[in-house]
Design a binder for this molecule. Sequence first.
Ligand code: CA
Length: 235
Amino acid sequence: MASQRPKTILIVEDEPEIAQLVKHYLEKDGFHPCIAETGIEALKMVASEHPDLVILDLMLPEMDGLEVCKSIRQKPETALLPILMLTAKNEESDTIVGLELGADDYVTKPFSPRTLVARVKALFRRLDRTNDHKPTSLTYGPLQMDLIRHEVTVKSKEVPLTAKEFGLLEHLLRHPGRVLTRDMLLNAVWGYDYYGTTRTVDVHVRRLKVKIPFLNESIVSVKSLGYKLSDQPIL
Ligand code: CA
């Protein structure tokens, strides 16, 4: 939509046959894939190649996929990098941890390359929908945020918010389904020169939930990382 440049996809997989197969299918579909064989190499390539998406195998030597995922999410510059995780059937509990750590989707091994490519495309589509346009208002269930008038209403009833509460809510609404770390939220809403601690974020999230009770379930706390607004409002 925004650019014609082929999207770069980093494949992190230590089994060369799988990596090559996935690479082949992605190339056939017009993507620009590259391969990393270890977690360490993956993090280096994330920094050097600036991929648009990472296909991340869970089982990797030295540093596993969960650690790679966590590390990507913790750096502000890659915190929103889409991650599709590859897991084996018997790794279901790891899959759940992976999603909690901020993977955007997962595909279970063994998979057909076509399915994987379809999931990659679906993920891009989902993200384009939320990132690409510059809206004047944001909607989430019964909640409406007017970005021009700086006004939030729930079922057409105005909810008075402080500037920081508004900023925090706006950031969550702009990235539904994504894990946002406390550092990221702090930087986005309070600015890099703010001297507060990440606890400030927790306090404001709590206040938001008090003022807008239906967000209680929809704003999910993600273990040691931060918060996520669920894709669909939980009413
Ligand atoms: Ca592997």
